[in-house]
Design a protein around this ligand. Structure first.
Ligand SMILES: Cc1ncc(COP(=O)(O)O)c(C=O)c1O
Length: 401
């Protein structure tokens, strides 16, 4: 009765974490601190409630799958500002689609891009390793072979795109990249993204760039794939964004993971195909949520305030951890990716002795051909709580490990 591919989805990281920790009681006298989930907890802008309330008359309407002109324009203006894109590169009506959070969209894009066979073989889906697990789910449920590209300190925490062989690229249907990366926080520069785009065009696969942490950065705003497209453009238009899709979310930028609001932008052929697939299987974004989302994409104050809050927590981590556990300040995102020797053992110890819940890095990665898991030595800590709780968590970690 069931799709046998479901067996491949058995090990979602948070289910594994529950199985690892559920039998271990945390100390009763300590408040539990949960840093395992990447769920932003800063208070969002009051705009969210105000605009949703002002549009409450629209709950009774089915929202169109491609959203509203106001939403698409707000997104286009944001892309133009954020990435200094040339006028006219992104057309609000042809190049942008709202999505109900990027998780579903990153999953559903596989049905747009993956055919039965590719160059006479099983299609391949390339993804960094470690990675956001949805890329894997999308690949295997579509019948493709997930291929893991090591993203380790040796490769600058991003896949080494110079090491890919043509035979693998010929059967590649999608390459997922994440920048700034979850979990490592590394950000791709323009040259890196241009290389990825060149490969996507040469081998005609879909380059999916997950940029949901693009507005959470430490010093420099990270480059985006559409910015790289603009830099590569010969000015003739048309094919400027060929083979490229970027995925953006309000969950992290505006601390509204519960709003379920994001967008996809890029190659018009892909956007049009994605719209078709989403008409059958996608969740459309409710009209009051689209109105609030448009207001949030226009708002530049909140992301600045949000970044300042994260910076304070990275300052605290730098002060408390100093150079231990391979501490480094990530270029973007809100995770610490700490080399603790054995991530699973550390997660157990932190829970059992410190009521501190962190994610073993191994759960975000797959073992390579030699059985080595590039996340095995690490834990991921999401610095999502307020500063005092974050300091408390870091002090507990410092004491216990
Ligand atoms: C790398 C990455 N991509 C995508 C998402 C999905 O975010 P959302 O569905 O809230 O837009 C997340 C959320 O944790 C993430 O970490």
């Amino acid at each position: 009765m069931m799709n046998p591919r479901l067996d491949l989805l058995a090990d979602y990281p948070f289910d594994r974490l529950r199985a690892l920790l559920d039998g271990l009681p945390p100390p009763k006298e300590l408040e539990t601190l949960v840093l395992s989930v990447g769920e932003p907890r800063h208070s969002p802008s009051p705009l969210v409630h105000e605009v949703i309330a002002a549009n409450s008359g629209l709950w009774g309407r089915y929202p169109p799958i491609d959203g509203t002109p106001e939403f698409r324009l707000a997104v286009t203006d944001w892309l133009n500002r954020r990435y200094a894109l040339p006028d006219g590169l992104v057309d609000a009506h042809k190049h942008v689609l709202p999505v109900a959070g990027t998780r579903e969209a990153l999953y559903l894009i596989a049905s747009v891009a993956i055919a039965e066979r590719r160059a006479g073989s099983r299609p391949a889906v390339l993804m960094p390793n470690p990675f956001y697990q949805v890329y894997y789910g999308a690949a295997v449920m579509s019948g493709a072979e997930p291929c893991y590209l090591a993203a380790t300190p040796e490769t600058g925490h991003l896949p080494d795109l110079t090491q890919l062989d043509d035979a693998a690229l010929e059967r590649t249907a999608i390459m997922y990249l994440c920048s700034p990366a979850n979990p490592q926080g590394a950000a791709a520069d323009g040259g890196y993204l241009e290389n990825a785009i060149r490969l996507a065009r040469r081998f005609d696969f879909v380059l999916v760039v997950d940029e949901c942490y693009s507005d959470i950065y430490d010093r420099q705003p990270p480059c985006g794939a559409l910015q790289a497209c603009a830099a590569m453009s010969d000015g003739s238009g048309g094919e400027d964004m060929a083979n490229v899709l970027v995925f953006h979310s309000l969950s992290k930028r505006s601390s509204v993971p519960g709003l379920r609001s994001g967008f996809v932008a890029g190659d018009p052929r892909l956007i049009s195909a994605f719209r078709r697939v989403r008409s059958f299987g996608g969740a459309s974004v409710p009209l009051p949520v689209l109105a609030a989302s448009a207001a949030l994409w226009k708002d530049t104050d909140y992301p600045e305030h949000n970044r300042a809050l994260y910076r304070e927590k990275f300052d605290a981590a730098e002060a408390i951890l100093a150079n231990r556990f391979g501490f480094y300040r990530p270029e973007g995102g809100f995770f610490l990716w700490l080399d603790v020797g054995n991530g699973e053992e550390a997660a157990k110890k932190l829970w059992a002795e410190g009521a501190l819940r962190v994610l073993p890095g191994a759960y975000l990665a797959k073992s390579d051909a030699f059985g080595a898991n590039p996340g095995a030595n690490y834990i991921r800590m999401a610095l999502i709580d307020d500063l005092p709780s974050t300091q408390e968590a870091l002090r507990r970690l410092d004491k216990i490990l």
